[in-house]
Design a protein around this ligand. Structure first.
Ligand code: C2E
Ligand code: MG
Ligand code: MG
Length: 667
């Protein structure tokens, strides 16, 4: 090479090469020296670049012709706008991608390209950046002429005149729909199970970590249900893998329809599935879900070939946050519980902790028994007398009892919450109302018009049919409405107050009396109390218990009595156990008293005796275990009371019910 020097820097020079067809090609050749470890020259590396630009540099027409060809044939959409923001030029690719022709677009602002109002903020950001940096690139969503929304990769740059002032903006964009779709397919492959389309182990663990973090943060409960199909291996081995796969898909489909939005139903692999649920109120709720799953699976599966298969699953449950520090731990523990379920006969569920399983099973057993209790006539009523200051019986409260044939009697606090949860409270409450009204009618017929109070659960109070049912029961039993008093609790009237008022008014129109039970334990304000059409205010036993020594209890009771007086309501003190309590309550102006001191809840027969009736004739219920500590059929009872040391003993509870109530919520 003629004019090259052996120097260390790159050497450049122009050359004319000859193509095979004989035509000349102007190139720029660059030579670069490479040295070995000792610094001696090892070799030269040469590159050459055709001097295209140079060859047409002087020929403006030629450059324009080439630029035009690029514009016409580019696969990217190109749009040129002027400084007033109007489109001045678009290329064929633009027309193809957007669906707008050149005639439709030129002269209009780019906004016509369907960028919606929501994207205005994006548009403003682009303009700001263009002004600052002269270019912008990024992905945006746009709308085609046919309304279809699509992702586009967009580059915008400024074109300047000789003086450097911006004259136009050039936007180049490509449709990246396909790219995004294949990315999504990749993501789908990475996170979802190919056979069933359910989330796979990887996605499950991500979601479970999030759910666990959320549960810790918000102090809520969640559960991992690990299900393993029973005898799936047998199906696979005897009927073949294709049938096994088909069954797995069918099971996944069916269970998926039962999954609430927000919960995760995943396939771990093989015949193992996992359901992650969040926002449980009690750990025991997970068992309900497990049973729903079992129920759902119990319907036979009909496969494409026409064969029918039956499936069942063993389910292990771990509850979070307490049964594991992380997703892996929760799944492992649910897995361990699942093995327990398998060992104990399959088609069942187990919790990670045996105590929880035991508690849930007790509750389930109790629920089953409670469901049959009405049919087996296992409910009965006890009656607790109310006295006035003169020592006269002014009324009676009906208190329900559950007496299973083969077990000890169960007090209401142990089964009413369960009855409320399961909806059984409605038929049970109905029975109570009817039984109480019939009993009171019998006493009325015997010449003792005794007002009878019946407790309503919140669930009952809110039920649409309540007013109609009360009316029907009054008619059927023949009890005059004024002899029925309905006791509701403060929580029932809390929210929304106006609905409660409407409900109470409808009841009041029937002519029944209305009492607010356990008053003082809720948060009803004086203002809301004024709006309620009530007759009676029952002071909760927790305040009465502190009398006469506790100053604040005394003050509260005094205030409630005065308030009742001012609102024209009768005050009744509950849980009066000592003579001292009674005498202070009388002093404070309380109208009516109820408590072990005066009378315990007792059988209908015992209460009839209290009224002065022959028990045999006027107690509907056969005499069962009476809670009556002592017989107190005396008019002068109030003046001759001796405190009964044993009177505070609560009614009999059976062990099972206690365990159940202890485990019914986990905190
Ligand atoms: P409640 O309506 O406040 O009934 C008063 C409770 O206090 C009764 O308990 C009664 O036995 C008890 N008691 C009465 N005097 C004394 C006393 O001097 N000392 C003490 N320590 N306790 C006394 P019981 O019968 O176990 O009922 C508990 C709760 O169960 C009732 O509270 C009521 O809320 C509910 N309940 C009872 N029967 C029914 C019913 O038929 N339907 C509904 N929905 N709830 C009911
Ligand atoms: Mg009550
Ligand atoms: Mg009460």
């Amino acid at each position: 090479m003629p004019n090259l020097h052996r120097e260390d820097g790159p050497i450049e020079g122009a050359r004319t090469l000859r193509r095979a067809d004989g035509s000349a090609l102007e190139v720029v050749v660059t030579l670069e020296a490479e040295h070995d470890a000792e610094g001696a020259l090892a070799r030269w590396i040469g590159t050459w670049v055709p001097q295209l630009a140079h060859s047409v540099a002087g020929d403006l027409d030629e450059r324009l012709r080439l630029a035009g060809a690029v514009f016409e044939h580019a696969l990217e959409g190109i749009m040129v706008t002027d400084t007033s923001g109007k489109i001045v030029m678009v290329n064929p690719a633009f027309e193809e991608i957007t669906g707008y022709s050149a005639e439709e677009s030129v002269g209009k602002p780019p906004r016509i390209l369907g960028t919606s109002g929501a994207d205005r903020a994006v548009g403003e950001r682009i303009v700001r950046e263009l002004e600052a940096a002269g270019r912008w690139s990024g992905e945006i969503w746009n709308r085609r002429r046919n309304g279809e929304i699509y992702p586009q990769w967009l580059n915008i740059g400024a074109a300047r005149d000789a003086a450097g002032a911006v004259t136009h903006h050039v936007a180049l964009f490509s449709d990246v729909t396909e790219l995004r779709a294949s990315e999504m397919r990749l993501e789908q492959l990475a996170q979802y199970d190919t056979l069933t389309g359910l989330p796979n182990r990887a996605l499950l663990f991500t979601r479970l970590e999030q759910a666990l973090a959320y549960a810790r943060h918000s102090k809520t409960l969640g559960a991992v249900l690990f299900m393993d199909l029973d005898r799936f291996k047998t199906i696979n081995d005897s009927l073949g893998h294709p049938i096994g796969d088909e069954l797995l898909v069918a099971i996944a489909r069916r269970l998926q329809t039962h999954v609430r939005a927000g919960d995760t139903f995943a396939r771990l692999g093989g015949d193992e599935f996992i359901l992650v649920v969040e926002g449980l109120t009690a750990a025991g709720d997970a068992a309900t879900l497990a049973m729903e799953v079992a129920d759902t699976l119990s319907e036979p599966f009909t496969l494409a070939g026409g064969s029918t298969l039956y499936a069942s699953a063993s389910i292990g449950i771990s509850v979070f946050p307490e049964h594991g520090n992380d997703a892996a731990g929760l799944v492992r523990n649910a897995d361990a519980a699942m093995y327990q379920a398998k060992e104990e006969g399959r088609a069942t569920f187990r919790y990670y902790t045996p105590a929880l399983t035991a508690a849930v099973n007790l509750r389930l057993e109790m629920e089953t028994r409670l469901r049959g209790a009405l049919d087996r006539s296992e409910f009965l009523l006890h009656y607790q007398a109310k006295y006035d200051a003169a020592g006269k019986v002014t009324g009676v409260e009906a208190l329900v009892r559950w007496q299973p044939h083969d077990r000890a009697m169960i007090p209401p606090n142990h089964f009413i919450p369960l009855a409320e949860d399961t909806g059984l409270i409605v038929p049970i409450g109905d029975w109570v109302l009817m039984a109480a009204c019939k009993q009171a009618r019998q006493w009325l017929d015997a010449g003792f018009p005794t007002p009878i109070a019946v407790n309503l659960s919140n669930v009952q109070f809110r039920s649409k049919n309540l007013v109609r049912r009360v009316r029907e029961i009054l008619a059927e039993s023949g009890l005059p409405p004024r002899l029925l008093e309905l006791e509701i609790t403060e929580s029932a009237i809390m929210e929304p107050v106006h609905e409660a008022v409407a409900h109470l008014e409808a009841l009041r129109e029937l002519g029944v009396r209305l009492a607010l039970d356990d008053f003082g334990t809720g948060f009803s304000s004086l203002a809301s109390l004024k709006k309620l059409p009530l007759h009676v205010l029952k002071i909760d036993q927790s305040f009465v218990r502190g009398l006469p020594d506790d100053k604040s209890d005394t003050q509260i009771v005094r205030t409630i009595i005065t308030m009742a007086e001012n609102l024209g309501l009768t005050s009744v003190a509950e849980g009066v156990e000592t003579a001292a309590q009674l005498s202070l309550l009388r002093e404070l102006g309380c109208r009516s008293f109820q408590g072990y001191l005066l009378a315990r809840p007792e059988t209908a027969a015992a209460f009839a005796t209290r009224l002065g009736l022959p028990a045999a004739a006027y107690g509907c219920t056969p005499p069962v275990v009476s809670e009556s500590a002592s017989e107190l059929p005396s008019d002068t009872v109030l003046d001759s009371i001796v405190a009964d040391s044993d009177s505070t003993k609560a009614a009999t509870a059976i062990e099972i019910a206690e365990i159940v109530s202890r485990y019914s919520t986990v905190d």
